[in-house]
Design a protein around this ligand. Structure first.
Ligand SMILES: NC(=O)c1ccc[n+]([C@@H]2O[C@H](COP(=O)([O-])OP(=O)(O)OC[C@H]3O[C@@H](n4cnc5c(N)ncnc54)[C@H](O)[C@@H]3O)[C@@H](O)[C@H]2O)c1
Length: 392
């Protein structure tokens, strides 16, 4: 809101079009309205077939925002993205790289000759972009919004931590206390989910491939084991790795009767659903976002939200109190492109890390908005820090 107020006066985005592809939630609506207030023309699609809040999309449409998104738009998912680039955008804003990929693969003339730059919101999207850069196939600069401290260490940890459990509760209404909850991946998202699940009284079990992440999980008080072992004892499984095939056939066969499985990673690849279907004799939806599979051996397993990110498909995504910092990063990153363009400056066609000053500005603004003061270094303290010769 601070940025909206400031830039609605100067309208730095006047004359620039932004195409966005990011979950259509009420928080995203505030980001879109901030760009519009700052003079931008905006066209938007959702970045997941099950994450659009239809009421929000309708409200944006009523305010003349060009929006191509509705809940469960699976078959038309890429059609929606393509409509946002019918009028070529100067800037792209992604969450998961689907827009950048579409532009690069299908409209490469735009990527090579017209688009000034883009931003990427999530861990998996950044991975894809770094791979694209390595293959010399990235045609315009992209700011790694995910990798800023004010995004990765808050949105992914506290946002996913809370909203993932919210999604599970809305889809199942089960008691978490006393359950064995298995969280695959103890990175930013997984550690947040594990922390919150433990706080709800669950016995938390983490699986990892990275030794230091596994040790962190252990020292946080979680059990650590392989998925082969965890699949035998878990009641609820949550994948948060960004990697494919985390839960597959042999794990389903190990699982206890009534096991619940869901994913909070970006893509619906972490739970191998075709293998679940292969070993099942039937399935039926028992409540919204909860499908009961009856395996050929008679066991029941419950799959939530079709393996898509549970917090956005079954709940409302992260609350605004954490998305404000992520989206302030988005706004300020796009402002960098516009300011560079006005000065005739070109940025390298790479995935670019954002400067620490942006994090500091956003964090300080956030504290100010909460009326919280923090200490400042005194001149003596600065002198002490800079003194290479200070000892005992
Ligand atoms: N649900 C949401 O709203 C939301 C929000 C932010 C990010 N994400 C997505 O969540 C995923 C994770 O993001 P992150 O920021 O936590 O990434 P991260 O890199 O911080 O953590 C991922 C962790 O998974 C581990 N891992 C990788 N392969 C594994 C395997 N086979 N078994 C067990 N662990 C494995 C890695 O070692 C790492 O510690 C990404 O797909 C990201 O895009 C979702």
């Amino acid at each position: 809101m601070n940025l909206q107020k400031k830039y609605s006066k100067t309208k730095p985005f006047k004359g620039y079009k932004i195409a966005g592809c990011l979950h259509v939630t009420k928080e995203t609506a505030v980001l879109i309205k901030t760009f519009v207030a700052a003079g931008a023309e905006v066209s938007w699609s959702g970045c997941n077939p099950l994450s659009t809040n239809d009421a929000v999309a309708a409200a944006l449409a009523a305010e003349n925002v060009s929006i191509f998104a509705w809940y469960n738009n699976g078959e038309d998912f890429y059609w929606c993205i393509e409509r946002t680039i019918d009028t070529p955008p100067h800037l792209t804003l992604d969450d998961g790289c689907d827009l950048i990929n579409t532009v690069h693969e299908k409209f490469s003339h735009l990527a090579k000759n017209f688009i000034l730059g883009g931003t990427e919101e999530t861990t998996t999207g950044i991975q894809r972009l770094r791979a694209r850069q390595k293959a010399n196939k990235l045609y315009y600069p992209v700011f790694a919004v995910n990798d800023t401290e004010t995004k990765w260490d808050f949105d992914n940890v506290y946002g996913t931590g809370q909203s993932t459990l919210d999604g599970i509760l809305r889809a199942t209404s089960v008691l978490l206390a006393g359950k064995n909850i298995v969280i695959a991946g103890h990175g930013h998202c997984g550690s947040g989910v594990a922390k919150r699940a433990k706080g709800m009284g669950a016995n938390t079990i983490c699986t990892e491939i990275k030794a230091t992440a596994a040790i962190k999980a252990l020292l946080e008080g979680h059990e650590v084991m392989t998925m082969d072992e965890a699949s035998k004892v878990g009641d609820i499984f949550i994948t948060a790795t960004g990697v494919t095939d985390i839960i597959r056939e042999k794990h389903y066969l190990n699982m206890r009767e009534g096991a619940i499985i869901c994913n909070t990673g970006h893509y619906d690849v972490e739970i191998n659903i075709p293998e679940l279907q292969k070993i099942s004799k039937s399935h039926r939806t028992i409540r919204p976002n909860c499908v009961e599979y009856i395996l050929k051996n008679g066991k029941k397993i419950y799959l939530l939200a079709e393996g898509r990110l549970i917090n956005l498909a079954a709940a409302e995504g992260h609350p605004s109190e954490v998305m404000d910092m992520s989206f302030a990063n988005q706004f300020m990153s796009h402002l960098r492109f516009v300011e560079a363009d006005k000065k005739g400056k070109k940025l390298p066609k790479e995935v670019i890390d954002l400067p620490i000053e942006q994090d500091e500005f956003i964090a300080n603004t956030k504290l100010e908005s909460m009326n919280i003061n923090i200490d400042k270094l005194t001149p003596q303290q600065i002198k002490y820090i800079e003194d290479y010769n200070a000892g005992t």
